[in-house]
Design a protein around this ligand. Structure first.
Ligand code: GTP
Ligand code: MG
Length: 204
C-alpha cells in the first residue's frame, strides 16, 4: 500500500464524537519507550507526525491520525512504565483500556515488543488480557537495528517460544526498525489486505 497522506486528527482521553472515528482504525500499543510513535512515523513516512522522545512516558493520550483519507492510525500511551505515580499509572491504564474496550472501529491492535529483550512480565500480562477479551492483535518486534543479525534471530525466537507456551498458535509477527524502514512493506501490506477485506464485505 502506498501512503499518499497522513494527517493529525486529534488527541483524546476518553469518549469523543469525532467524525474521523468512523474510519477503520489500527492502534499501536506496547511498553513505554518501545517505539510506538516512531514506528507510526516510519510507516506514514512523516518524521514528526507522532511525538517521540527518548524519555519514556511521552504519549499520554489517544492520538489519532488519518491516512489516505480512508483509515486511522491510533497512537496509544505505553504501559508498564515504572517511574510514574500510582495516580498517573492508573490514569494511563484507564485511557488504554477505555480505548480498547470502547472503540467500535479498531480492527487490529499492533502490540510492540522490544527485539532486544526477553518477553517481559508486563507484556505477557497484557497479551493474556487481550486473549481473554478476544481483541484481535498482531505482534511487532521493534528496534531491530539495535541488534546484530544473530541476536535479533535469537531474541525474537525466544519471545515466540515463550508465547507458544501460552498460545497454540502465534498471531502475525513483524520485525521492524524505525531507523532503517525494515518491516514497513510487510506491515503496510498486511494493513492493506485487512482494509481490502473490510471493503469487500461492505460491498457484498
Ligand atoms: P512512549 O510514548 O513514551 O510510550 O514511547 P514510544 O513507545 O512511543 O517510543 P518512541 O517512539 O517515542 O521512541 C522511544 C525512543 O526509542 C526514541 O528515542 C526513539 O528514537 C527510539 N527508537 C524508536 N524506534 C527505534 C528504532 O527502530 N531504532 C532505534 N535505534 N531507535 C528507536
Ligand atoms: Mg509514544
Amino acid at each position: 500500500m502506498k501512503i499518499k497522506n497522513a494527517i493529525y486528527i486529534e488527541s483524546t482521553t476518553g469518549a469523543d464524537t469525532s467524525q474521523s472515528k468512523t474510519l477503520p482504525e489500527f492502534a499501536f500499543i506496547g511498553r513505554s519507550n518501545v517505539g510506538k510513535s516512531s514506528l507510526i512515523n516510519m510507516l506514514c513516512n512523516k518524521r514528526k507526525l507522532a511525538h517521540t522522545s527518548a524519555t519514556p512516558g511521552k504519549t499520554q493520550t489517544v492520538n489519532r491520525f488519518m491516512v489516505n483519507e480512508t483509515w486511522n492510525v491510533v497512537d496509544l500511551p505505553g504501559y508498564g512504565f515504572a517511574k510514574v505515580s500510582d495516580k498517573t499509572r492508573a490514569r494511563l491504564k484507564r485511557i488504554i483500556w477505555d480505548y480498547i474496550d470502547g472503540s467500535e472501529n479498531m480492527v487490529l491492535l499492533f502490540v510492540l515488543i522490544d527485539s532486544r529483550h526477553e518477553l517481559m512480565k508486563v507484556d505477557l500480562e497484557f497479551l493474556t488480557k487481550l486473549g481473554e477479551k478476544g481483541v484481535p492483535f498482531a505482534i511487532v518486534f521493534t528496534k531491530a537495528d539495535k541488534n546484530s543479525k544473530t541476536a535479533l534471530q535469537k531474541n525474537t525466537e525466544s519471545i515466540r517460544n515463550k508465547l507458544l507456551e501460552y498460545w497454540e498458535e502465534l498471531p502475525p509477527c513483524f520485525t521492524t526498525s524505525s531507523m532503517t524502514g525494515e518491516g514497513r512493506d510487510e506491515m503496510l501490506g498486511y494493513i492493506g489486505e485487512i482494509l481490502k477485506d473490510i471493503h469487500n464485505n461492505q460491498t457484498e
